[in-house]
Ligand binder design. Structure first.
Ligand SMILES: NC(=O)c1ccc[n+]([C@@H]2O[C@H](COP(=O)([O-])OP(=O)(O)OC[C@H]3O[C@@H](n4cnc5c(N)ncnc54)[C@H](OP(=O)(O)O)[C@@H]3O)[C@@H](O)[C@H]2O)c1
Length: 303
């Protein structure tokens, strides 16, 4: 049976962080969680945008419990500060949704020396998770969810040049970053199981969702797609958020899984278990990626 938010019970007393919740899928995820009584920490880089979207959520959910946490996931120092700020206010975290992301920007090297898609989509979330994971109760309801994409299917981890210093192709970097998010989800779940923990780490993708993610694409091409192919392969941001909500809130959701739309080409439709590309299940590559990510970010996971 397809996942349905109506089946999710009241979540009062539980706390979630959703990164990038001032826009698109993150906003819809935070809104749906607030409706179910969860306290939601909106982890966003722009306080102004976060305040504006917090007001929009409160307009729909007047008794919603929302907090804003400033974080720029493309900067390790900001990630460390945000984790410290969260820890100074809370001693427990039930759900972490690693949602924030960028797609196809021009090449930019961050202050930590990372390519910007790898920084924001992957390394920032990797460090953030390591700094908060000990606050997550050891329960099957505790979830860490990583946003991946169908783009993982064409992704490849280029260990020779993981930050694209030799050659940058924006689509290749995006594919690598979304494959890495999926590999982090699966590898973390394996590590949690090995440590005897009940916390579930899994991943989700929205298929094609109508959000601002495409802001770096050619507006001409986008305009053309809007009147041709896009209506067949996209759905609303609210529908695109359902796989994230299934992964984080459904009692039946498994750890080490990939949730996504079940319709044509897995691009839209009701949420369910999606198809993981074979190369994303490669344990040796996942372990190597994990080790490199630990080295680059200084992350230490206390499981
Ligand atoms: N839309 C799709 O069809 C689709 C398909 C596959 C996967 N996804 C994934 O879904 C996730 C959400 O994307 P979306 O479609 O909802 O796009 P979106 O509307 O552009 O939202 C992206 C969010 O991430 C935030 N963000 C970007 N860089 C950040 C940083 N350095 N630090 C903190 N926050 C940052 C943005 O903040 P600002 O507003 O400040 O920029 C925004 O809140 C991404 O991980 C994306 O890869 C989306």
């Amino acid at each position: 049976m397809a996942f349905n938010m109506d089946d999710i019970s009241d979540q009062s007393g539980r706390l979630a962080i959703v990164t990038g919740s001032n826009s698109g899928l993150g906003y819809e995820t935070a809104l749906a969680m607030a409706k179910k009584g969860l306290k939601v920490v909106m982890a966003c880089r722009s306080l102004d945008k976060a305040e504006a979207e917090k007001s929009h959520i409160l307009a729909e959910v007047p008794n919603g419990d929302l907090e804003i946490l400033q974080v720029d996931l493309s900067k390790l120092a900001s990630v460390r500060n945000a984790a410290e700020e969260f820890r100074s206010k809370h001693d427990k975290l039930d759900i972490l949704v690693n949602n924030a992301g960028i797609m196809f920007p021009p090449y930019l090297k961050t202050e930590d020396g990372f390519e910007s898609q790898m920084a924001a989509n992957c390394f920032g979330h990797f460090l953030f998770t390591s700094l908060l994971i000990d606050l997550i109760p050891d329960s099957p309801d505790s979830r860490i969810t990583w946003l991946s994409s169908s783009a993982h299917k064409t992704g490849k981890i280029n260990f020779e040049d993981i930050n694209f210093e030799k050659k940058y192709t924006k689509t290749v970097s995006y594919g690598q970053s979304k494959l890495a998010c999926l590999m982090y989800a699966l590898e973390l779940d394996r590590k949690l199981k090995t440590a005897g923990k009940k916390i579930k780490s899994n991943s989700a993708h929205p298929g094609g969702a109508d959000t601002d993610l495409s802001r770096n694409m050619s507006q001409w091409i986008l305009g053309l797609m809007k009147y041709t192919i896009l209506p067949f392969i996209t759905h609303s941001a609210a529908d695109g958020a359902l796989p994230t909500l299934e992964a984080t809130l459904a009692l039946t959701a498994e750890g080490g899984q990939y949730y996504g739309p079940q319709g044509f080409l897995e691009m839209s439709g009701p949420s369910g278990v999606g198809t993981i590309a074979k190369h994303a299940l490669d344990i040796d590559i996942s372990k190597k990626l994990w080790q490199i990510s630990e080295k680059l970010t200084g992350a230490i996971f206390h499981l």
